[in-house]
Design a protein around this ligand. Structure first.
Ligand code: TF8
Length: 338
């Protein structure tokens, strides 16, 4: 009797295991997710996507692949995001700024001098406030898997060193397709021109514009140093990166596939931020080595720039919305212990 029940139990256990293995493979289909990027493959976004892709492959038993496309081959940030909404592209890595035309609340991140450090950005974005913004995305056909990093933005131009507020005057500046950036640079006296990132290099080269603003990593990655002489460490804004997945595609995936994508986007986030910050630490020297004239802005002049752009907060509050602004500013106070 004892022996029989042991045999029976073993048989049941074996059957259960076989069933579990069977469903595990059924939970994952062969997938190849196409990802759009505006930058080129040596950018830290590449490190992040490689880590994410290795993770999805491993966790899906070799079934879920991440296939990056670089240099805007699938479109600019904005056009790719639209394609992700319709489901013709699976995923896009984009700054929040171009997505503001779809989700106005994201405009809070464009307000000048909002974040002081990357650590406080991480804390805010990876916490409940970041989740609040992510929760807005499914309504417009997008799923934000995680927050990656574009970084603190600085100014380059080919006209003159910018060391004070007045130096922005009359400089024709490319800005992202975003009203807050447009207004910020207009307010500083520049002639601001909105343009997709994919067009910036040639616009700088042909002098259609004199300057642009981006994190060091993008300035280096896109070789803007070839067509820009002056780099000003203005650190006027921090741009987060969204990892946007198509809701349309998402809805056709299993729960297990969802879980793997979310988990692996966070694995990718750690690697992408690490690589971005490592590159950022070396970029200014590299850019100097490529012939750029680098200058800082004195604390007194930064205070004047902050003062002059303060009006942006009031002017755009209505378009962004009171709730997201209050959420972010309150959370920043909490993080800063104020
Ligand atoms: C810009 C943005 C872009 C990024 C990049 C494509 O200036 O900073 O460079 O979104 O990931 O348009």
């Amino acid at each position: 009797m004892k022996n029989i029940s042991r045999v029976a139990l073993t048989a049941v256990a074996a059957a259960t295991l076989a069933l579990a293995a069977g469903t595990a493979s059924a939970q994952f289909q062969n997938r190849n997710f196409r990802v759009s990027n505006g930058v080129s493959k040596e950018h830290p976004m590449g490190n992040g996507l490689a880590a994410m892709g290795a993770c999805t492959l491993e966790k899906s038993g070799g079934k879920m692949k991440i296939q990056p496309f670089w240099d805007g081959a699938l479109g600019s940030d904005l056009t790719s995001t639209q394609s992700v909404r319709t489901g013709s592209i699976d995923m896009v890595l984009t700054s929040t700024a171009p997505v503001v035309s779809i989700v106005p609340a994201l405009g809070v991140f464009d307000l000048p001098f909002l974040f002081n450090t990357a650590a406080e950005a991480d804390q805010l974005l990876d916490g409940k406030v970041g989740d609040w913004f992510s929760a807005k995305m499914p309504a417009v056909g997008l799923v934000n898997l995680a927050w990656w990093e574009n970084g603190f933005r600085h100014t380059t131009n080919s006209k003159r060193p910018i060391t004070k507020v007045e130096d922005f005057e009359g400089v024709k500046m490319r800005v992202m397709q975003n009203n807050v950036y447009l207004d910020t640079f207009k307010t500083l006296g520049s002639n601001a021109v909105p343009m997709a990132f994919t067009e910036v290099y040639s616009a700088l080269e042909t002098r259609t514009v004199d300057g642009q603003e981006n994190p060091f990593t993008n300035i280096e990655n896109m070789k803007f140093y070839e067509v820009q002489k002056y780099l000003t460490l203005s650190k006027h804004a921090y741009s987060p990166t969204l990892v946007l997945f198509s809701k349309k595609v998402w809805d056709g995936l299993s729960e297990q596939e969802h879980a793997v994508l979310k988990e692996c986007a966070v694995v990718g986030r750690a690697e992408q931020r690490r690589a971005n910050r490592a590159m950022e630490a070396k970029s200014v020297d590299n850019l100097r080595g490529k012939g750029m004239a680098v200058n800082e802005i004195s604390p007194a002049e930064t205070a004047r720039i902050r003062e002059k752009t303060k009006v942006i907060y009031e002017r755009h509050a209505k378009a962004i919305g009171d709730e997201p602004i209050a959420l972010v500013t309150e959370e920043l106070k909490r993080i800063r212990g104020q």
